[in-house]
Design a protein around this ligand. Structure first.
Ligand code: FAD
Ligand code: COA
Length: 405
């Protein structure tokens, strides 16, 4: 049992890992969470804590210096950290999933070593997909990489890039063109901020929540990269986008986990408060109206946790399943918003105060139906998978994409 009736079914090692993460979360991470939000400063000291505790780059294979841990192991850590500080939870996501996992699966030996060393030293890589005119329609991206002699030259703009300005390693999705201007498909390019002229952080977004990690606009202006910077996915550039998105399923599970963790944190606060707070001469949890709210919260959490763990387990030896990752992210993000909102309600006026974490949690959790694929677009993914149909969203079925030869 874990406080809301979910079934854990975890190994001894996983229970110990979760206990370690919970201890860190309840101690130094929780103590700094409000300050991280208020100052909007990236919590480098928490990065150092995660590093010392061996929680950065856990999923990196041992031969590259990591621990070769499973997605579920990472999920347990992210869930525990996010209950105290969602920003720290997100750092755990992006140092174990998403960009780093794509490089570790598809990169050359040289690329794997570079990325693993950077992450294990404390860098949270940035994944650069979204553009001002290509959000949900990610495959309509216009950032291009032109082959010119023995170089690629990248031009384009990405926005809402998590970590822009603090991350050093960037995995950039771009359309590759040959010397004659023919499109070859989508590749992922590795570039290191401050070592790559032409990679410019041009704006920090003023965000509603998750304020300790910058969300940035990044411009690529005649940015030159050596051929060794191109991560070519296993099926080649023509299928590059699909393979890169396959790796991205890990990050969707990670995002769902942060939402789950935030909601669990809010639920536990509400549970304790409902015993402590008295009105009409009795603890407020003796009122049926509140009991049913708490009961509903526990049901939402138990169901969300099952979907998240199931999606994580589906990725054993590869990446989490596209359908399960989408189902987990939709359900968890929507229900986490509801749980946090209900928890805040249990506190009455106090829930609305910045002296308690509920209002921060409400702002932070709101993001997860948007970033990493919106709940609407992920429903398209689920529908396509269960119907076994391709469901192109463009009017002509192709839109800005190149028709296959
Ligand atoms: P739009 O695509 O413009 O969508 C607007 C609305 O239309 C939404 O409600 C959407 O669901 C709906 N809609 C659009 N198309 C359809 C459709 N076919 N069917 C039904 N509804 C549809 N991106 C990165 O590349 N890297 C990052 O690190 C990153 N981090 C982020 C962090 C935060 C905090 C946020 C908020 C976003 C981040 N993003 C990142 C961007 C994120 O992935 C996009 O915001 C998201 O994919 C949606 O794109 P959009 O904002 O352009 O919305
Ligand atoms: N996992 C595995 N494969 C995936 C995938 C995923 N999550 N998403 C797409 N693909 C594959 C498709 O199966 C398809 O493969 P195929 O060519 O072998 O059939 C290919 O990628 C193109 O997908 P399709 O759905 O046909 O593309 P589309 O041009 O209609 O674009 C998406 C739709 C993929 C962009 C849209 O569903 C999406 O996910 N948008 C959100 C983007 C996002 O998450 N951004 C987060 C940035 S941090």
């Amino acid at each position: 049992m874990n406080g809301f009736g979910g079934m854990d079914d975890l190994t001894k090692d996983q229970l110990a890992l979760r206990a370690r993460a919970r201890e860190l979360a309840a101690g130094p991470v929780a103590a700094r969470a409000a300050e991280v939000d208020r100052t909007e400063q990236y919590p480098w000291d928490n990065v150092a804590l995660l590093k010392d505790a061996g929680l950065l780059g856990m999923t990196i294979p041992t031969r590259h210096g990591g621990q070769g841990r499973s997605w579920l192991d990472a999920v347990l850590v992210i869930e525990a950290l996010s209950a105290a500080c969602s920003v720290t939870g997100r750092i755990a996501v992006e140092t174990n999933m998403g960009a780093i996992s794509a490089v570790m699966a598809y990169g050359s030996e040289e690329q794997k070593k570079l990325a693993a060393d950077m992450v294990l030293a404390g860098d949270k890589p940035a994944i650069c997909i979204t553009e001002p005119e290509a959000g949900s329609d990610a495959s309509g991206m216009t950032t291009r990489a032109d082959r010119r002699g023995n170089r690629f030259v990248l031009n384009g703009r990405k926005h809402w890039i998590t970590g822009g300005g603090v991350s050093r390693l960037h995995l950039i999705f771009a359309k590759v063109f040959d010397e004659q201007g023919n499109e070859e498909g989508v590749g992922g390019f590795l570039a290191i901020r401050d070592e790559t002229p032409g990679l410019k952080i041009t704006k920090r977004e003023p965000t509603m929540g998750l304020r300790g990690i910058p969300e940035a606009v990044i411009d690529f202006e005649e940015m030159e990269l050596a051929p060794s910077a191109l991560v070519i996915p296993p099926r080649g550039l023509r299928k590059g986008f699909a393979d890169l998105m396959n790796a991205y399923n890990s990050q969707r599970v990670g995002a769902a986990t942060v939402a789950l963790g935030i909601a669990e944190g809010a639920y536990r606060l509400a549970l304790d408060w409902s015993e402590e707070r008295h009105q009409f001469g009795r603890p407020i949890n003796e009122f049926q109206g509140l009991q049913w709210k708490l009961a509903d919260m526990s049901i939402r959490l138990a169901a969300a946790q099952s979907l998240v763990y199931k999606a994580a387990r589906s990725g054993e030896g590869g990446f989490p399943d596209m359908l399960m990752a989408a189902q987990a992210k939709i359900f968890t993000s929507e229900n986490a918003i509801q749980v946090v909102n209900d928890a805040l309600q249990c506190f009455g006026a106090r829930g609305y105060s910045r002296e308690l974490p509920l209002e921060r949690m409400a702002r932070d959790v709101r993001m997860f139906t948007i970033g990493g694929g919106t709940a609407e677009v992920l429903r398209n993914v689920v529908a396509g998978a269960i119907l076994g149909k391709k469901l192109p969203q463009t009017r002509d079925g192709w839109g800005t994409r190149s028709k296959p030869a």
